[in-house]
Design a protein around this ligand. Structure first.
Ligand SMILES: NC(=O)c1ccc[n+]([C@@H]2O[C@H](COP(=O)([O-])OP(=O)(O)OC[C@H]3O[C@@H](n4cnc5c(N)ncnc54)[C@H](O)[C@@H]3O)[C@@H](O)[C@H]2O)c1
Length: 448
């Protein structure tokens, strides 16, 4: 284990460690699958000797994953995967109580964010664990000498390295894992462009991840974030959900559960049709913009709420994003239409006044609101997501030499085992196919 010393961490306040530890323990109680993996990792040490650099939202659940990897023998450095998602008390607990070098401060600016990514790279990882692919893309830009694609301070560090050092930074890595939809899209684009230089397991693609984390986790925690930020009643309001993917459908159903009239916007006819049949109104954003009280984007796309939509919005509209990057809402367009700077009317609520006098409220600077103003997904769903992370890391440690430079799905056996363990932990039993049923389901000879 690497001892956390003052020089190898950067957090807000070490004195918050005890509170962070209590909240970690609270989350751990809801993570029985990860707990079982941790017990096995303690004995078997499948990650022994591996340096792992993780770039994840620094939450109570992530902290439990980090401790699991450490118990599995990994030498970890953790950095934030979003400037607003860090829980400072948890970062303190990781440093103070588990001696895990952690680089994350809630509200850090872009330069600090990338200074922290640099710390994760300086760890010379054998394995990367990303949420949004910032770590991996930085690594590739450095190796390719594409310094203009990097944040300036990261670029100047990269320039100071010798060619050999830059190369080894990459050749050291045996493989990685990726947590979220947006990261997987970026990695698949890297694979298509033939710049992906090591295998990566797309944890997001496991059924025990996106069916639960993206749907129920994002659904509940996004509503939680919007309510904590605004304390505005949802019942009876028009709530616009942009994107009816895994996150969007979770959010739409939870917003309906709060009594809102939910309207979905989509670009994919199949998803739009599903939303219609699930009982939601579907219309273009241009129309929804005129009637929405709340807006939330969950698309992974850019400028989904754009200047012309702000032009149409009602006075008092509340606009949030729960997709990975802060590009879904075109905030610069709103800035141009507004008089002066926004007023911070409540924590995480920036109120813009348009030149025609309307107030438009942007939550959490357009960053994922469930992590900015709330605590991210509840531990019970992260139990499955992070069981996938831990088991995928173990799989990568054992099989990296047999894998190609591609994006891989989580092996089906791992996915099914996690579902089985979760059901067992919840005390839910299911039927088992009889021999007759097994035979029937695999034959074509029996019919009417
Ligand atoms: N907030 C969180 O904690 C959290 C958790 C998981 C995933 N995410 C992120 O949320 C985003 C969505 O993830 P997902 O798993 O639901 O992805 P998904 O691919 O299942 O769904 C995205 C949907 O958005 C639609 N879309 C794309 N552009 C659009 C546009 N201009 N207008 C309307 N709809 C549009 C797509 O057709 C698709 O149906 C990603 O960025 C992902 O990384 C966030």
């Amino acid at each position: 284990m690497k001892e956390a010393t003052k020089s190898n961490y950067d957090i807000k306040d070490i004195n918050q460690a005890e509170g962070g530890r209590r909240r970690m323990d609270w989350a751990e109680h809801e993570m029985p699958v990860l707990r079982q993996i941790r017990e096995r990792f303690k004995k078997e040490k499948p990650l022994k000797g591996l340096r792992v650099s993780a770039c994840l939202h620094v939450t109570t659940e992530t902290a439990n994953l980090m401790v699991t990897l450490q118990d599995g023998g990994a030498d970890i450095v953790l950095t934030a995967s979003n400037p607003l998602s860090t829980q400072d008390d948890v970062a303190a607990a990781l440093v103070n109580q588990f001696e895990i070098p952690t680089f994350a401060i809630k509200g850090e600016d872009k330069m600090t964010y990338f200074k922290h990514i640099r710390a994760a790279l300086e760890h010379k990882p054998h394995m990367t664990m990303d949420d949004g692919a910032d770590l991996v893309s930085s690594l590739f830009f450095i190796e390719m000498g594409r310094f203009d694609n990097l944040e300036p301070s990261l670029a100047s560090w990269a320039r100071s390295l010798s060619d050999e050092e830059r190369k080894t930074l990459l050749t050291n890595v045996i493989g990685g894992t990726e947590e979220t939809t947006t990261g997987v899209i970026r990695l698949k684009a890297m694979e298509a462009d033939k710049v992906l230089k090591f295998p990566v397991i797309a944890v997001n693609d496991a059924l025990t991840k996106h069916l639960f984390d993206n749907r129920y986790g994002t659904g509940q925690s996004t509503i939680d974030g919007i309510i904590r930020a605004t304390n505005v009643l949802l019942a009876g309001k028009n709530f616009i959900v942009a994107g009816y993917g895994w996150c969007g459908r979770g959010l739409a159903s939870r917003a309906r559960g709060m009594g809102a009239q939910v309207i979905v916007t989509e670009v994919d006819p199949m998803k739009a049709l599903e939303a219609v049949m699930d009982g939601f109104q579907v219309m273009p954003m241009g129309d929804a913009a005129r009637i929405g009280d709340f807006f939330c984007t969950v698309t992974g796309d850019i400028n989904v709420i754009d200047g012309q939509h702000f032009e149409a919005m009602k006075d008092g509209a509340i606009v949030a994003n729960s997709g990975h990057f802060n590009v879904e809402i075109n905030i610069p367009a709103l800035e141009k239409m507004s008089t002066g700077k926004p007023n911070l009317v409540r924590p995480f609520v920036d109120q813009y006044t348009t030149k025609d006098g309307r107030k438009i409220n942007i939550l959490g600077e357009g960053r994922l609101i469930n992590l900015a103003s709330a605590e991210g997904h509840p531990a019970s769903v992260m139990d499955m997501s992070f069981a996938n992370q831990a088991l995928s890391a173990e799989y990568m440690a054992k099989n990296a030499d047999k894998l190609e430079k591609k994006v891989y799905s989580v092996p089906v056996d791992i996915d099914k085992e996690i579902a089985r363990l979760k059901l067992e932990a919840m005390g839910v039993k299911i039927d088992i196919l009889t021999d007759q049923q097994l035979k029937y389901l695999s034959s074509w000879e029996e019919g009417t």
